[in-house]
Design a protein around this ligand. Structure first.
Ligand code: KG4
Ligand code: ZN
Length: 350
């Protein structure tokens, strides 16, 4: 089964062709980072305009790289939510047009479910069936969610952030440290030269039941807005260079450590009854997070840590096309393409 996937939920314009749910024949991503960098974050109007300009060539490139005629496709998959409405609409319009023109089924895909599926792409890892029930930690620019997975389509949200996502915390911290955008990679790099114990920033453990997490458990929830404020206040009193040790690498390392420790502690709580933990999303590229999550998993007898390949951590369309193969193969009836719409607030397992 060969599926063309399209992903335009935020600021990456992506298309990919995946065979049988895991063999990635092509994976093309046009990153818009350079266009958003001057504003220090994603500008929705620019994102959707760039999707319109680049999606056709990105799709053509994905088909050329996969060396397939259009007719060889068994379906078209597209991210229908969550994400920026104006960005999602561009991908959906293109996918509808292709599905109708080629007379192929159109499969709408939940972006969060696709991130979870990214851990199963490629020929080497386990299949979702082999993984059994597991805990997925989705850490990206827009999401930080702990999800129990009992199979494809069977999700239970255990916990999430009550305010900022982990990626957002990296982006805001990097902005305060004047390290540039996006914040995750630059903090990761700078922190390698610094001392994570230089300063103890507050860990974002949620302690009390909160109106925003009514059906969840505080032990599985995180909060990162206080961390950003702590860095802001610290820098007001202690500007970089004002005393020995107050350097960007030391502050980056200490700030990163607070995010990483919070995620690892919460993942430990949430994975108590699971034997596999999948770490997915853009923030899962973070070196320190991978190190500390691996160390935590190693201390648990029988616990396996599943990491997506780096190319599939940040937003991509291979995870969309791969997951769609399972949706197409299942008995669930597909909606007619023309009736599909985007859902910017789509959740998972709630
Ligand atoms: O999954 P993704 O591409 O987009 C969303 O669905 O949001 O994740 C993007 C996020 C950004 O916030 C970026 O700063 C973060 O992933 N990121 C990292 C690293 N590389 C990307 N965060 C920490 N360390 C990294 N090495
Ligand atoms: Zn994403």
């Amino acid at each position: 089964m060969k599926i063309l996937g399209i992903e335009t939920s935020c600021d990456e314009t992506a298309a990919a062709v995946v065979q049988d749910g895991r063999h990635v024949l092509s994976n093309i991503v046009y990153s818009q980072i350079a266009h958003h960098r001057p504003y220090g974050g994603v500008v929705p109007e620019i994102a959707s305009r760039k999707h319109v300009e680049h999606l056709p060539e990105v799709i053509r490139e994905a088909m050329t790289k996969a060396a397939l005629p259009w007719d060889a496709l068994d379906g078209i998959a597209v991210t229908s939510g969550p994400g920026l409405a104006s960005s999602l609409l561009v991908g959906l319009a293109a996918a509808k047009a292709l599905a109708l023109r080629l007379k192929k089924p159109l499969v709408p895909i939940n972006h969060l479910e696709a991130h979870i599926y990214s851990a199963f792409l490629g020929s080497d890892g386990p299949t979702p069936q082999e993984a059994g029930p597991f805990l997925a930690l989705i850490v990206s620019g827009g999401h930080t969610s702990f999800v129990r997975v009992d199979g494809i389509g069977c999700y239970q949200l255990l916990g999430r952030t009550v305010d900022d996502a982990a990626g957002e915390a990296f982006d805001k911290g990097a902005n305060l440290l004047q390290l540039g955008y996006p914040g995750g990679p630059v903090i990761d790099k700078s922190a390698r030269e610094g001392d994570p114990a230089f300063l103890a920033f507050p860990r974002g453990y949620v302690k009390k039941l909160h109106a925003r997490i009514r059906n969840l458990h505080p032990r599985y929830c995180v909060s990162f807005s206080g961390l950003k404020t702590a860095l802001l206040y610290y820098l007001r009193e202690n500007p970089v260079g004002s005393a020995p040790g107050i350097t960007v690498p030391n502050l980056a390392a200490a700030y990163q450590e607070a995010i990483v420790d919070t995620l690892v502690q919460r993942a430990r709580n949430a994975s108590e009854s699971a034997s596999t933990l999948a770490l997915v999303g853009g923030v899962s590229l973070n070196r320190r997070l991978r190190e500390k999550m691996s160390a935590m998993a190693a201390k648990r007898p029988g616990m396996k840590l599943l990491l997506a390949a780096p190319a599939f951590c940040t937003d991509n369309a291979a995870m969309v096309a791969g997951l769609a193969a399972h949706k197409l193969a299942s008995a669930a009836p597909l909606q007619h393409a023309m009736r599909m719409d985007v859902d910017p607030n789509m959740g998972i397992g709630e």
